[in-house]
Ligand binder design. Structure first.
Ligand SMILES: [Zn+2]
Ligand SMILES: [Zn+2]
Length: 342
């Protein structure tokens, strides 16, 4: 089978995909009364949904968000475990790899289908995305598509213009209303059981990453004590600090990139182009460009608009792992010749 045909197996009509998405949504629904206990169980199985009640739109689920808070607290562990060049290198590397996984795969591939790939690679991309601890691919892509549809309008889940900075930065995804994925927005993804699995058990990949870091740290501590590291130190730096920094860098695109920066295009939302945010998020800071042409594989439209994610995707395309990179319409290419080939 050629890679080109891999994604075309069992082509499914839009209508069939919609029906599958609806069925999956119904199958996930289990009405229960003890919402508190089920919040706890949802740490392990995100499909345990109890349905929504009045006021859930802005109500923070205190139990469900404990892991998020604990991850922040874990950064204080540095007072006990100290630091080493190895631990810092691991934290930086995991920031870089997982930021790319979020921007290239969760965002540009799963949310916008800006390029094509094989089913196997698609699964690996989802695994890497899940390691960023930002829930599963269906959840991430569905909420993001919803954002593009209603950007900065009343229905937008995370508009700083509608609900303020903190809500757009992190309040929105801690609220009860936004815990379930919006499955009807991702019928093209719901049809893959392996993606549904990763989405349902969205703590699995992060837990494996944390365990691996501990194991590698203990191994290094025993075999190469001169590195001055150990399991707990790698856990605090590689999982705690790296993930928390990755979190807040990602969240700035929802909060700051809709407030601060310039607007090249008069889009119907308040999206901005911001150089500093683009550096921090490997290209996602060109957010006004992105809202203007969300389907494009690149977000830096001019040669000087640094977009590491795009360069990385060009490299992947050169290896043959991805193809059909969606380019900009000629009028948007500006100062660049726009000769990018997929
Ligand atoms: Zn936006
Ligand atoms: Zn987008």
């Amino acid at each position: 089978m050629t890679p080109e045909t891999a994604m075309e197996i069992n082509p499914m009509s839009d209508r069939k995909q919609d029906i599958l998405a609806s069925r999956y949504e119904v199958a996930r629904f289990r009405p229960v009364r003890q919402r508190r206990w089920w919040s706890l169980l949802r740490w392990f199985d995100s499909s345990l949904t109890t349905g929504l009640q009045e006021g859930d739109g802005t109500r923070i689920d205190g139990i469900r968000v404990l892991p998020f808070l604990l991850l922040h607290l874990s950064c204080l562990g540095v007072l006990w475990v100290g630091w080493s060049p190895t631990a810092i290198a691991v934290a930086v590397a995991l920031y870089g790899i997982r930021m790319l996984a979020v921007t290239a795969f969760y965002h540009r591939y799963f949310s916008h289908r800006a390029f094509k790939t094989s089913r196997g690679a698609q699964f690996v991309f989802a695994l890497l995305g899940a390691s960023a601890v930002q829930r599963g691919p269906l959840w991430w892509a569905s909420h993001h598509r919803h954002h593009h549809r209603y950007a900065d309008q009343k229905q937008d889940s995370h508009s700083p213009l509608q609900e303020g900075f903190w809500w757009s930065h992190m309040g929105w995804f801690l609220s009860r209303a936004n815990f379930p994925p919006k499955l009807k927005a991702v019928p093209d993804l719901v049809r893959y059981p392996e993606l549904r699995f990763l989405d349902r058990f969205d703590a699995l990949v992060p837990a494996l990453l944390a365990l691996s870091l501990y194991g590698v740290g203990e191994g290094l501590g025993a075999m190469t004590p001169e590195l001055g590291t150990n399991g707990l130190q790698l856990l605090v730096w590689g999982f705690g600090i790296s993930t928390v920094v990755l979190y807040h860098a990602t969240f700035t695109i929802n909060s700051l990139a809709h407030r601060f920066g310039s607007r090249r295009y008069a889009t119907s939302d308040n999206s901005r182009n911001n150089f500093w945010l683009a550096l921090l998020t490997f290209g996602e800071g060109w957010h006004n460009n992105h809202h203007y042409f969300p389907g494009a594989v690149r977000q830096g439209f001019r040669w000087w608009e640094i977009d590491f994610t795009y360069y990385f995707l060009r490299l992947l395309a050169a290896t043959g792992l991805i193809w059909d990179l969606k380019q900009l319409p000629a009028k948007s290419r500006g100062g660049w010749s726009g000769t990018a080939r997929s």
